[in-house]
Write a protein that binds this ligand. Structure first.
Ligand code: BES
Ligand code: MN
Ligand code: ZN
Length: 508
């Protein structure tokens, strides 16, 4: 069972003392001539003395700083926390993402303190939303499998945002959206963090059903018999080596007022050993995260349903465990993807594109306005764009809209091309296509493979489609930063929700 984060959000605009908290967080920016204390609710005298001591305290305003001081009288808090917000220019406002990260980092580092007031400068409701989202994302911990709780600090449980906008009519919906969105991201993280002993195809499908309870969505699960009967050869081929049978899960949100319809396809490899083309032992454990794409699309559709957004959205979770065994598929095997195209499997470690091919064909048959697929697809993504930036490829209109949505949501994605010359590198001697091709630019080669399985609309035009490769950014094997913890990050849920909101409002 995947539990949602337990946190409450509120907002006040005055009377700090009436809302006592363990900590009061205020912001410090990194100005051209040293640290700058940002707008805050301290008394003039209090603010003056804190500002005067910043330098000697070693407070620079750098991101992720969270310097603790004794609480000042009249603030109602036991301690005062100086949170770094990064570079600030005189006369310029703060980026929402800087606020999101500063709030998230402070809340993350204040674990162990039940109640925190955050008083970062918020000029607009978008700023308040960023602080609120950051707070929910920072209040995350994954401790399900620890029996020894020594040294573990509980995440912050209650966050009060100090903002002049607290009395606005719109504050409540802004906080509710932040909570819902933050929970969707945190649930994605928890699914990714689950060990493969506990999260395998059937238990993932069950978790999807559990998480959907109480929401207006329909969940349909294909077990191995139905997958066989209907010809989902990609998912079955990858799943063959495991005693845990594969699954396809369809999660449909279909509100009456919808005018647009999107399909989301996610890679759900609950563990990727590479299969017979086995991976090296070093860091193989990170491959528990190879189902991040499926967790993202699941939680995106559930979030859209929770928000009641008037858009039809269907998630397709393509779930299998990639294991080597006497029953596993071999390099040179040929399988038949749903719909009839054949693939020569030259490398069993290029398994994501095989399960995704089935999902893309199935999604296409329903003629959505756009298909977006999300997958931890290639190591080449990390070579091209690094640990934190997702690659987005496909129809220009969709990739552009996703980039704009990501910018607004505060997530890093970058568009990459799909050069035509890569397609012949996937030619097979025996089947319609091979599952590996040109190694250089391998992220794009994989996307060119996926494009072959995107179907057409009623008029014979290819359905607008984009592929997001989250191999790097979905899993943080470095130190925590901002609102991002170690391991599962939940990346691109916020981007996809923002994309759906843009579609509904006619922006894209
Ligand atoms: N799941 C991996 C990709 C991956 C690598 C995700 C590192 C996260 C971190 C994928 O299934 C894979 O193994 N891809 C191969 C493809 C290759 C054989 C063409 C790769 O990238 O090496
Ligand atoms: Mn693989
Ligand atoms: Zn994989």
């Amino acid at each position: 069972m995947v539990k949602a984060t337990d946190i409450t959000l509120g907002a006040i605009s005055r009377d700090l003392k009436k809302s006592p908290a363990g900590a009061l967080v205020i912001g410090v920016g990194k100005g051209a001539d040293g640290p700058v204390l940002l707008d805050n609710p301290l008394s003039a005298k209090g603010a003056e003395s804190v500002a005067a001591s910043l330098e000697i305290l070693g407070v620079t305003g750098a991101p992720d700083q969270a310097h603790r001081l004794p609480g000042l009288p009249d603030t109602g808090s036991d301690i005062l926390v100086l949170a770094g917000i990064g570079k600030v220019e005189a006369g310029e406002g703060l980026e929402p993402e800087a606020l999101r990260r500063a709030a998230g980092s402070a809340i993350r580092q204040l674990a162990g303190i039940p109640s925190v007031t955050v008083a970062l400068p918020t000029a607009t409701l978008a700023d308040v939303a960023a602080v609120a989202e950051g707070a929910v994302l920072g209040a995350y911990a994954y401790t399900e499998h620890r029996t020894n709780k020594d040294g573990l600090k509980d995440p912050v449980k209650k966050v009060t945002i100090f903002t002049p906008l607290a009395d606005s009519k719109e504050i409540q919906p802004v906080l509710e959206r932040a909570l819902l969105l933050g929970r969707a991201v945190n649930t994605t993280r928890t699914l990714v963090n689950q060990p493969p002993s506990h999260l395998y195809p059937d238990s993932f499908a069950e978790a999807a059903k559990d998480l959907a309870k109480g929401l207006p969505v329909k969940v349909t699960v294909w077990d191995e018999k139905r997958l066989e009967k209907e010809g989902f050869g990609g998912i079955l081929g990858v799943g063959k080596g495991s005693i845990r049978q594969p699954r396809l899960v369809k999660v449909e949100y279909s509100p009456a007022k919808a005018t647009k319809k999107i399909a989301l396809v996610g890679k759900g490899i609950t563990f990727d050993t590479g299969g017979i083309s086995i991976k090296p032992a070093l860091n193989m454990g990170d491959m528990k995260s190879d189902m991040a794409g499926a967790a993202v699309v699941l939680n995106t559709v559930l979030a859209l349903a929770g928000l009641g957004l008037p858009i039809k959205a269907t998630a397709w979770l393509c779930i299998a465990e990639n294991m080597p065994s006497g029953a596993a598929q071999r390099p040179a095997d040929v399988l038949t993807v749903y719909g009839g195209k054949t693939v020569e499997v030259l490398n069993t470690d290029a398994e994501g594109r095989l399960v995704m091919a089935d999902g893309l064909v199935a999604a296409s048959l329903e003629h959505p306005d756009a298909i977006i697929d999300v997958a931890t697809l290639t190591g080449a993504q990390l070579i091209a764009l690094g640990n934190r930036t997702a690659g987005v490829m496909g129809s220009e209109h969709v990739t552009g809209a996703l980039k704009a949505a990501a910018d607004r949501a505060g997530e890093l994605v970058w568009p990459m091309p799909l050069p035509e010359e890569l397609r012949p590198s996937l030619d097979s001697q025996v089947a319609d296509i091979a599952n590996i091709g040109e190694r250089h630019g391998g992220m794009m080669t994989a996307a060119v493979f996926l494009r072959e399985f995107v179907g057409s609309d009623g008029d014979g035009r290819q359905i607008p489609w984009a592929h997001i490769d989250i191999a790097g950014p979905s899993f943080n094997n470095g130190s925590p930063y901002g609102y991002t913890p170690k391991q599962g990050t939940g990346c691109t849920v916020r981007t996809l929700v923002a994309y759906a909101e843009d579609l509904v409002s006619g922006v894209s």
